[in-house]
Design a protein around this ligand. Structure first.
Ligand code: COA
Length: 158
């Protein structure tokens, strides 16, 4: 994927993504939002709900894969890009580091609590519950509860 380089193609794509994701956020109930998220490239299975004010990364929505019967509650942020700090050095603006992208996968039946932030490259396991306000930086196993920043497993049902 292109990093800091803008082409007419990726500017158009960016406008399209913002339009679809913006419309989705205005709609109610949750189920009618899904077609607009899909138009932006998000993969969403059956029976999943994306709550109001969820912030889906508009620079790479196609990297977000949501399974069946997932509940992403209000104010969650799904982030698929960040600066590549391997390129950072003294005297260089951090904004000159290229962007790196990685997918987010949320497996069937997972529940993401209000205001959680899911970082790039994370897979949330089937049936996992993420606590409100958590920052998930590493993969979360299935059927557990994970909370905090960074999110840690506090309960397992397996
Ligand atoms: C994570 C959650 C599911 C845990 O519920 P629970 O299993 O009943 O857990 P408890 O309330 O017994 O808490 C267990 C421990 O985790 C801590 N904890 C609970 N939720 C937490 C959170 N969001 N962030 C950080 N710590 C949390 C508690 O303080 C407690 O710590 P302690 O053992 O040191 O006292 C729940 O607290 C939560 O955040 N749910 C999401 C709510 C939400 O977003 N609802 C949306 C409705 S649409």
């Amino acid at each position: 994927m292109a990093n800091n380089h803008r082409t007419i193609g990726n500017v158009c794509r960016g406008i399209w993504n913002r339009l679809c994701l913006g419309i989705a956020r205005l709609l109610f109930p949750a189920q009618v939002r899904n077609p607009f998220y899909r138009m932006a490239g998000v993969k969403i299975g059956k029976g999943s709900k994306i709550g109001a004010t969820v912030d889906i990364d508009h620079s790479a929505p196609e990297l977000i894969i949501i399974g069946n019967n997932v509940w992403v509650t209000r104010g969650v942020m799904l982030l698929c890009h960040q600066r590549n700090l391997a390129q950072y050095e003294v005297g260089k603006p951090v904004m000159d580091c290229e962007l790196k992208y990685a997918p987010i996968v949320i497996k069937d039946g997972a529940h993401i609590g209000i205001g959680a932030i899911i970082m790039p490259g994370v897979t949330i396991g089937e049936g996992a519950v993420i606590g409100a306000g958590s920052v998930v930086t590493r993969d979360i196993p299935p059927y557990c509860v994970a909370v905090g920043a960074p999110a840690k497993v506090i309960k397992s049902f397996i």
